[in-house]
Design a protein. Structure first.
Length: 352
């Protein structure tokens, strides 16, 4: 059964399942989910824990050996399997399926922590076999639109009251790095009295800018039409030393994808089929942001933006005098729906 990370503690209070799969790439929520399972196991009297760190060429028979070993001190144990981003492989898949078959005769708890699982992996035999015995906790990064609310709630866990303006500012300064945001909240909790109310001024004075951006943040912000956020991300990427060709690659890829979706829809196909036809395929969770972009950006504008990207590619190769980073900013800003910019730039980039 699927349970999201914020609902996991409540689910564990109702019952401690025989298996919990925590999967995802966001480190803070991933850590918290695993800690919640360990705490629930201790609360239920499971005092023994076996930790298995899966490394390359790991022998999966060890899992069955540990599961079969009887303890002199406890009737139940928590088997903490830490896969990280290692591939499961055929051996691991078979062993987990076999382990699931034996679970009815065991009181042990399996905690399987791993990287993100895609839709295909969630349909695999090993996943289905384990999932029917317990909980699946997918860990997703917090969306930028929800980040302020998430941080406000997180502050409450540290005994702080965070104003929304303060939460938004903290989100801006730690965007994409929830661990950094949580560390700042912990520091504030140590410095301030319990239940202290924190305003934006406190955040501005005491929190360093720990923003971490990548080109995928930029692409998503462009698709969602978040023009002001796009400006901040582009400047952040430049200051962090990200190579301009990587940024151009990400933006050009999205432009070609949007043009391809437009073409499929113009041929009478549905958005769903148009997204499935892309390489790589666009999954259900991401389709709404492509739909937003398609509705906002007609084919003519996308063609002009792609021409603009080609001019910037010449600048990367030293064959055009167009200023590279200002041009990348203009391209991303216009893709995100920045108003009045494309006409102004048409002469500069010869987009007529």
């Amino acid at each position: 059964m699927k349970v999201f990370a914020d609902k996991l503690p409540a689910a564990l209070e109702k019952r401690l399942p025989k298996v919990v799969i925590v999967a995802g790439d966001e480190p803070l929520q991933h850590r918290d989910a695993c800690d919640a399972v360990r705490a629930a196991a201790r609360q239920a009297g499971v005092e023994e824990r076996e930790v298995i760190d899966v490394e390359p060429n790991f022998a999966w028979g060890r899992l069955l050996d540990i599961a079969g070993n009887l303890s002199l001190f406890a009737s139940r144990k928590l088997i903490d399997v830490r896969l990280g981003n290692q591939k499961l492989g055929q051996e691991g898949s078979k062993m987990l399926s076999y382990y699931a078959e034996q679970m009815d005769s065991s009181d042990d708890i399996l905690l399987l922590s791993m990287g993100k699982l895609d839709a295909k992996q969630q349909k695999s035999a090993w996943f289905k076999a384990l999932d029917k015995h317990g909980l699946f906790v997918p860990v997703w990064p917090v969306d930028a639109s929800r980040l302020g609310y998430w941080l406000r709630d997180r502050a409450g866990l540290h005994g702080l009251q965070l104003d929304m303006d303060a939460a938004r500012l903290l989100g801006e300064r730690t965007e994409g790095n929830l661990l950094a945001a949580d560390q700042e909240l912990q520091k504030l909790a140590l410095m301030l009295p319990p239940n202290a109310r924190i305003g934006a001024d406190t955040i501005a004075q005491g929190v360093e800018d720990n923003s971490r951006f990548d080109v995928f943040n930029l692409a998503d912000a462009c698709l969602k039409g978040e023009a002001s956020r796009v400006s901040r991300i582009v400047h952040g990427l430049q200051s962090e030393g990200v190579e301009a060709p990587i940024v151009l690659w990400a933006l050009s890829r999205e432009l070609r994808t949007l043009l391809s979706i437009h073409q499929h829809i113009d041929q009478g196909q549905s958005l769903e089929h148009a997204c499935k036809a892309q390489k790589p395929m666009i999954f259900d969770k991401r389709r709404p942001i492509y739909q937003q972009a398609i509705q906002r950006l007609p084919m003519k504008r996308l063609h002009k933006l792609l021409l603009m990207a080609q001019r910037l590619d010449l600048a990367v190769k030293g064959a055009s005098p167009v200023p590279l980073w200002p041009g990348l900013h203009d391209l991303a800003f216009t893709l995100a729906g920045g108003r009045g910019l494309l006409a102004e730039l048409a002469w500069t980039y010869r987009l007529h």
